[in-house]
Design a protein around this ligand. Structure first.
Ligand SMILES: Cc1ncc(COP(=O)(O)O)c(C=O)c1O
Length: 383
């Protein structure tokens, strides 16, 4: 019997049930089901939260990234066949957005500690066709450092953040600037509000954030059939708009992001303070700024013991998951383009990583109980 589910989405929304119902009624009674006040207000709130001057609500996180890349193509910043650097360990959506736009992904291996792109390797992958780098703030941890910024500057690359997993996280910056929020670090960012995310819609939803006015105008038009005004289409666009009903749900959830992220941090701390095993590597808790919003709490189970670890943990009632068991370059859909390439750190980690429950519904007490269960597991193989 599962005593500790990985994530119970009913429980995630339970604390906000009254507010969500009230917001849903507001939209139903408004009679406005495309665009309108709720979408405008959410965009304003996202902009206020992140300090990104432009926020555009869109249909989902994948579409947010697709729209950014298509926007840059329409603006002449990139063209078919240009290269975009991506981390070798990410959810496949980052890479799908690149290929969908007719661009070429260039994976770069990851840092085994942060599990994010190893920024020291970016420089040597740059060619005359490289136009952008897409850091992914994977598992909620900020993928941002001086090497990334300086390399992008040196080669005139756009920085497109995949901020699907880290809304509310901050990067510390050198000098007088203090810290800045993900989504407003680079030139543009894609956000996902998939229901399991730290701010989850009650369906699919996403947003584009940017400092670039021209890109914002292009993205808004592209998401609305390529239309800049009614029945006037300047691009061959899509229908990728955000529904007002989801915008209304998200406005409720966004108000609670700070406390939700603080609770995730407390659970991560409880795990790190409890788990002690030679065959388990814990994620680092590093900084005083919120440089990780703990979308996932990912440990590494070494010595080839992961399958047994998950099995024994499931026997004790603890559900786990893997994010992600197969890196994009090993997926059948990229066999012809990326399949021959090898990224040793990403591949090793894909065999070792295990995500433990961290979302709403898992208490700090649960996290330390799960930690004690992990410490007591016998991982000697008896077969
Ligand atoms: C890293 C990453 N990028 C992009 C996406 C795509 O977001 P969505 O599911 O909203 O399309 C996701 C989420 O699923 C993700 O985790």
């Amino acid at each position: 019997m599962i005593k500790y589910p990985f994530l119970d989405l009913g429980k995630v929304n339970e604390p906000y049930l009254y507010e969500l119902k009230e917001a849903a009624c507001r939209v139903i009674e408004s009679g406005r089901f495309i665009g309108g006040e709720e979408v405008d207000a959410l965009e304003q709130e996202l902009s206020t939260l992140t300090h990104a001057p432009y926020a555009i609500g869109v249909s989902n996180g994948l579409d947010a990234l697709r729209l950014i890349l298509r926007g840059y193509i329409e603006l002449g910043v990139m063209t078919h066949g240009d290269e975009v650097i991506v981390p070798a360990n990410t959810y496949i959506a980052s890479v799908l957005a690149v290929s969908d736009a007719g661009l070429t992904s260039v994976p770069v291996d990851i840092d085994p500690v942060t599990m994010n792109i190893d920024t020291s390797l970016i420089d040597k992958t740059i060619t005359s066709r490289t136009r952008a780098v897409m850091p992914v703030h994977l598992y909620g941890r900020v993928a941002w450092d001086n090497t990334l910024v300086e390399t992008a500057k040196k080669h005139n690359l756009k920085i497109i953040e995949d901020n699907a997993q880290a809304l509310g996280a901050r990067a510390s910056l050198d000098g007088l600037h203090g810290s800045r929020m993900t989504g407003a670090l680079g030139d543009a960012a894609g956000v996902s509000f998939y229901p399991t995310k730290n701010v989850g819609a009650l369906g699919d939803a996403g947003a584009v954030l940017t400092h670039d006015r021209d890109l914002a105008i292009a993205v808004r038009a592209l998401a609305n059939y390529g239309s800049d005004r009614r029945y006037h289409n300047i691009y061959r666009g899509f229908n990728c708009r955000l529904d007002p009903i989801q915008a209304a749900m998200l406005r409720v959830k966004l108000r609670h992001l700070k406390e939700e992220n603080a609770e995730r941090f407390a659970r991560a701390l409880a795990y790190n303070n409890t788990i002690r095993r030679d065959d388990v590597i814990l994620p680092e808790i590093t900084s005083t700024v919120v440089d990780n919003v703990w979308h996932q709490y990912v440990i590494r189970v070494t010595e080839g013991k992961r399958a047994l670890f998950r099995e024994r943990l499931a026997d004790k009632g603890v559900a786990t998951d893997i994010h992600y068991a197969v890196p994009p370059h090993r997926q059948p859909c990229y066999a012809d383009t990326l399949g021959q390439q090898s990224y040793p750190v990403a591949e090793r980690l894909a065999d070792e990583i295990v995500s433990l429950p961290i979302g709403t519904g898992t208490s700090v007490r649960d996290a330390s109980d799960i930690g004690h269960i992990i410490n007591s597991l016998d991982l000697s193989n008896c077969s």
